[in-house]
Design a binder for this molecule. Structure first.
Ligand code: HPA
Ligand code: ZN
Length: 319
């Protein structure tokens, strides 16, 4: 039942969507060794810092426009097969630069992959440029300035990923002001590994329409009310939260409690193979845990489309 509902995801890091098999193929292409972060057919890491290292290791093996076209196409065709109709991917020009690729080549490659997947399956996709928080405010501002130039027609948002416990949200206000002034949609990672104060700081200093994760807001009833009152949409990634031990099991996860308090919740896979997930798995996880009907599951997809950083004609078609 659930597996057949239309799905959408707003929160997937494109380098984090590379399967171990694809990364191993890239390693063979470039004569690289991946044994520090891939064993057999799975990623190896034991905490968030090691996860970020595995992510960086995989990203370093995508070095050309064609490599990124292949990655985007593979990811999107994979989720289209799970009945996904729309996705937003986080793209990180800093990761491309570390692999020796210009932002232009990076975004063009991703754009080609997106167009190929759309032609093959009908899936729509937009890109959100992210700054990497633990690289510091200057780098994040540079990413925002790049995003503000709209370097590709499929760039519709700006966000910040990386180590949520690095620095203070206030350090990054200028980056978000630049992106907002350019008319981009705004989202920020907060409230996964850091507590409710990180979500409050994000609301106060960044004024996002969406928050990446945000689930730790559930520890503060006033903050939950504020999220509901202000209509802020949470990009909830239950599989990521479980893999990173934020919650011991799905029944302890606040997804349903937040929903019942009137917070707008959506479902995403974050870095699917790292967290042994996929958008289909995320939908199945919550459907099994709380017994949602097809109509309720479709409601999460509708919330995603309503909160998507996409032009109105496309939104109307998707809804
Ligand atoms: N969380 C935060 N930063 C990230 C992630 C993530 O899951 N993936 C890549 N950068
Ligand atoms: Zn994320």
């Amino acid at each position: 039942m659930t597996l057949n509902v239309k799905k959408a995801e707003l929160h997937c890091h494109i380098e984090g969507a590379a399967s171990p098999a694809l990364v191993k193929a890239q390693a063979r292409k470039y004569g690289a060794d991946v044994s520090t972060f891939i064993a057999d057919d799975h990623y190896v890491w034991s905490d968030f810092t090691e996860f970020l290292a595995a992510y960086d290791g995989a990203a370093a093996l995508f070095r050309s426009e064609e490599d990124y076209a292949l990655l985007a196409r593979t990811y999107l065709e994979g989720i289209a097969a799970q009945n996904a109709i729309y996705a937003e991917i986080f793209v990180s020009p800093d990761h491309a630069a570390a692999a020796g690729l210009t932002a232009e080549a990076y975004l063009n490659g991703l754009g080609e992959g997106i167009e190929a997947a759309r032609s093959a399956t009908g899936i729509e996709c937009r890109m959100i440029i992210v700054g990497v928080r633990h690289l510091g405010a200057e780098k994040v501002e540079a990413a925002a300035r790049l995003a503000a130039t709209r370097p590709h027609s499929l760039i519709t948002g700006f966000g910040m990923a990386g180590e949520e416990r690095f620095g203070r949200v206030a350090d990054f206000t200028r980056a978000f002001d630049i992106a907002r002034d350019a008319g981009l949609g705004i989202t920020i990672h907060a409230g996964e590994l850091a507590g409710p104060e990180s979500v409050r700081d994000a609301l106060d200093h960044v004024r996002p329409s969406r928050i990446g994760h945000g689930v730790r807001a559930s520890e503060d009833p006033d903050l939950v009310r504020r999220l509901a009152d202000e209509g802020v949409v949470l990009e909830v990634c239950p599989g990521s939260n479980l893999a990173l031990n934020v919650y011991p099991d799905i029944t302890s996860h606040p997804f349903d409690a937040l929903r019942r308090e009137g917070v707008k919740v959506t479902l995403s896979s974050d870095d699917p193979p790292h967290f042994h997930s996929s958008i289909g798995h995320e939908y199945q996880l919550v459907a099994d845990a709380w017994g949602y009907s097809s109509a309720e599951m479709t409601g999460f997809t509708k919330t995603s489309i309503e909160a998507a950083f996409v032009d109105e004609p496309t939104r109307e078609i998707l809804l």
